[in-house]
Design a protein around this ligand. Sequence first.
Ligand SMILES: [Fe+2]
Length: 294
Amino acid sequence: MVYDILSSHEVSRPLRDGQERVLILSDTGCRPGWIPDFRVLADKLRRSPKVDFENIAAVIFNGDTVFTGSERNYRRARRVIEQEFPGVHRLFNIGNHELGIPWPGRMRETVDRRVQRYQKFFHSPLNWRKVIGGVQYIGLDSSHKRLAPGTLEYLDESLSMHPSNVVLIHIPPMLRPQWRGRTLFSSDTLGFLQILDRHPGRVIACTYGHIHCNDRLVRNGVVHQLAGTGGAMSMVRSHSHYGEASGSYAAILIDPGMRGAQRVSLITSHAQRPRAKAKAKEAANVRIAVSMGV
Ligand SMILES: [Fe+2]
């Protein structure tokens, strides 16, 4: 069966039978110097037997795919993503950095202008849904650090339309004390959870980014997977029970062919980028030289 990816999204090849798995990355370009880190993760994903990249139906970017939101930033992000994920459908969900970061001269730019730029480069509505491989993916707008008006109604309507869903929000709801200060407001969190509870058995997973770490919990049978390390490396201060090492990168793999929580897995990379490796070696050599009294 060939699934129709939203016509305004980038479409580079038709889907084949059995192509039903989807990769989700977040915070790909969310800081200066992101490109080498993103390339490390992309390389790992392309080579991973678990991912089986040739048979991936789509890669979805769950926000903060850019850092400043400038034209140049968007152009570069799109080019790097095209280079790293050739021949695969690419979809985008909006994050807070898509609306830019404040700096002198840019504050005068209206929000509308910034949204237009996002849509010009990533061709995506602010709230969207798309069925891929028998699963409906629902992207929700949290670009203003809270759910935009009408978003919860859109989620409710979308969940009524399809029996198997994955929800993508860039900024996570307040589900863990460790996430405090970097989540949606509690009123948004409450409203969001109430909608989920209204549709038991229909949501496979909710996926988030924004916080540069990886974390996971299961609530009422729904996996809530945070993976804000799709280019930005994980931060020590955000470590949770997940037990990851600092400096790792990750993407979420949705595999509808698996059962239960196994359908949602994290593909991680601990590979250091070449420059960082060289620097570490250099530092080690210096230490050896010092200890030898050279
Ligand atoms: Fe963010």
